[in-house]
Design a protein around this ligand. Structure first.
Ligand SMILES: [Zn+2]
Length: 113
């Protein structure tokens, strides 16, 4: 990796684990410095796996909630209210949002490979 400003090859200074207690989005910060213009570059590595796990968990919760809500409505079809339907729609919106993220990730992946 070269310096943003002078294009000299950067020198690796070290990797530092970011403290879990800081509740940071990133797990590792890498320090790089430029021997020519003395620039300092920090590269933050995102906690990708953690993020995906959280996303999948939310997706599963939304699917479960929608499924239970539909089952409840089917139990007593005559008692279904607008609020029930709005609640189900909300869960489906959550699911759609998560699936859109997945679709974008797949597209990016295909472009790379
Ligand atoms: Zn430089």
């Amino acid at each position: 990796m070269n310096c943003w400003h002078c294009n000299t090859e950067l020198i690796w200074g070290g990797d530092h684990d970011i403290d879990e207690e800081e509740d940071c989005e990133y797990s590792i910060v890498t320090n790089l410095s430029c021997p020519n213009c003395k620039c300092l570059v920090e590269v933050y590595l995102p906690k990708e796996n953690k993020g995906n796990n959280t996303m999948n968990k939310q997706l599963i919760e939304a699917v479960k909630e929608a499924s239970i809500s539909v089952a409840c409505c089917l139990d007593e079809v005559s008692d279904v209210t607008e609020a029930d339907l709005l609640h189900i729609q909300e869960q489906i919106t959550h699911i759609e949002n998560h699936l859109n993220i997945d679709r974008n990730m797949d597209t990016t992946h295909e472009t790379i490979s």
